[in-house]
Design a protein around this ligand. Structure first.
Ligand code: ATP
Ligand code: MG
Length: 477
């Protein structure tokens, strides 16, 4: 263990964390900052959370840190969470894990008094560096050199470490992409060789890592998704059929998977629903693929079918209901034509947030076509975005909430509360959104008096716009 006090300032350790370290030290226990906070500081990033490792056992910790609120997060594993007032701080007793037989959990854990033992149970060298202002560095696996060189490497034998805990497969992809690290060849081979073990990992944990993977910056995410598509095809089997599927289209140079990946990295990571949608937007292509007499490929109705498949897959991965519904809706509509003069109609159907996402999806999708398609296809989408901005800034009416006439106004002229009242309000909204008439109280009340005794029929099917396109095949780009 070498001393290097300059790093203490670089690490920017908050005073509440230093205070806990000081208390442990006075009681005769060294403690180390370890894991993500050290790694992130070495990369010049502000750490998200701080983890401490110490030889003190949980019972001893509780005595020394008696003035803190302590949550028993995993005392069997030597972990407690301390509420410092500033943050939740995880403090863990040095641990050496026993053997693993289920690719998930160690069969036993034993506590240790050596930081090196504790570091050797950790997954990757860049996560196995520890630092203490008084003790200095502990870096037995060369994690700092690997970080410097931009390499993600397993601690010890890569295959064995992935077999112990297969979640490390997803963590490897996530860390490589979010930190911009190259995967060491030995680890890379082990990721491919052991990908099947991901089947032992709970869907919730896979999804959490998947979303963190998708949050990576464009340049760093692209090579990871291209290289490890087969790995992601374990939790998302539909990806397997996308890899290598030649679209036989004049608009495409990439197979369906590469097109998907390039579409995904063309959009910002700020909205993960958009990225998740793009990951699955063409999930309906493999099952709808046909080749016509000229040798050209088609994917008729891939959007509505893909939406169904994506919904089932996201549900199986235990995504929350809202995310599933949003991705479903976006995939369903991703291929539908939109023009500036139908933007209000789409706003009514999807709402502003989802329509903005739909445009982002369309832009990402478009950017992953051949250059000439991008040049001709992008401006019309940008025109729609302008029309959307204009509609929002001019407070155009596209929803019942904005309509100048409310349910109460209709009841006052003798309409019974119930489904008919709803249908009448929708019909009035139609006159504004579909026919472009003013959202004016007097006009709407006059229209309401005319419409109130007519049979308005069943609510109309909102998907007409999808249909035109799938059957014409005109908008294949
Ligand atoms: P972040 O906080 O950004 O997720 P992190 O590396 O801190 O990154 P945590 O899940 O907080 O991730 O884990 C803290 C540390 O515990 C890691 O840096 C690593 O040393 C170790 N660790 C976490 N998960 C595993 C695992 N599955 N196998 C081995 N070590 C792990
Ligand atoms: Mg952490």
């Amino acid at each position: 263990v070498a001393r290097d006090s300059s790093f203490t300032t670089a690490l920017n350790v908050p005073s509440d964390v230093l205070e806990v370290m000081g208390l442990l030290e006075s009681a005769g226990y060294p403690s180390f900052l370890v894991g993500g906070c050290v790694r992130d500081a070495l990369l010049g990033r502000q750490a998200m959370d701080y983890d401490l490792a110490t030889p003190a056992l949980v019972d001893e910790l509780k005595k020394i840190l008696v003035d803190y609120r302590i949550i028993d997060t995993g005392s069997a594993y030597g972990t407690v969470t301390l509420l410092t007032g500033q943050r939740e701080l995880e403090v863990t007793t040095f641990r050496a894990d026993g053997s693993y037989s289920d690719s998930r959990h160690p069969d036993s854990v034993s506590f240790s008094t050596s930081i090196e033992d504790d570091l050797s149970r950790r997954d990757f060298t860049v996560n196995a560096v520890a630092y203490s202002p008084t003790q200095g560095w502990a870096d037995p696996f060369g994690g700092r050199a690997d970080l410097e060189a931009g390499v993600l490497r397993a601690v010890g034998n890569a295959g064995q470490r992935l077999q112990e805990d297969a979640l490390r497969i997803m963590r490897a992809l996530r860390l490589a992409a979010t930190l911009g690290l190259r995967v060491d060849p030995g680890l890379s081979k082990a990721l491919h060789d052991n990908k099947g073990l991901l089947q032992n990992i709970s869907p919730e944990r896979i999804s959490a890592e998947l979303m963190r993977l998708l949050s990576a910056e464009n340049d760093q995410l692209l090579p990871v998704l291209l290289e490890y598509g087969e790995v992601l095809a374990v939790p998302i089997p539909e990806i397997g059929a996308m890899i290598g599927l030649d679209q036989r289209s004049p608009w495409h140079t990439y197979d369906v998977w590469e097109h998907t990946v390039r579409a995904l990295v063309a959009v910002s990571p700020d909205d993960l629903v958009v990225r998740l949608t793009l990951l699955l937007h063409d999930i309906g292509k493999p099952p709808t693929f046909t080749i016509d007499e000229t040798g050209r490929g088609h994917f008729y109705a891939h959007a509505p079918l893909g939406a169904e498949i994506a919904r089932d897959r996201l549900q199986a991965l235990r995504f929350d209901k809202r995310t599933v519904q949003q991705a479903y809706e976006l995939i369903r509509s991703h291929f539908a034509p939109i023009a500036p003069d139908t933007v209000l109609r789409w706003l009514r159907r999807l709402g502003e947030q989802q329509l903005r996402r739909l445009f982002a999806v369309k832009i990402g999708d478009m950017c992953a076509h051949i250059d000439s398609a991008v040049i001709s296809g992008l401006p019309p989408i940008l025109d729609c975005l302008d029309a959307l901005d204009e509609a929002i800034s001019s407070r155009a009416c596209y929803s019942l909430g904005q309509l100048a006439v409310k349910g109460g106004d209709l009841i006052a002229i003798g309409v019974e509360p119930g489904p008919r009242l709803g249908a009448l309000l929708e019909a009035l909204l139609d006159t504004v959104v579909e026919d472009g008439q003013p959202n004016d109280y007097q006009r709407l009340m006059a229209a309401a008096r005319q419409l109130k005794d007519l049979d308005l029929g069943a609510p109309k099917e909102a998907d007409a716009a999808d249909h035109i396109e799938y059957t014409s095949g005109k908008q294949e780009a």
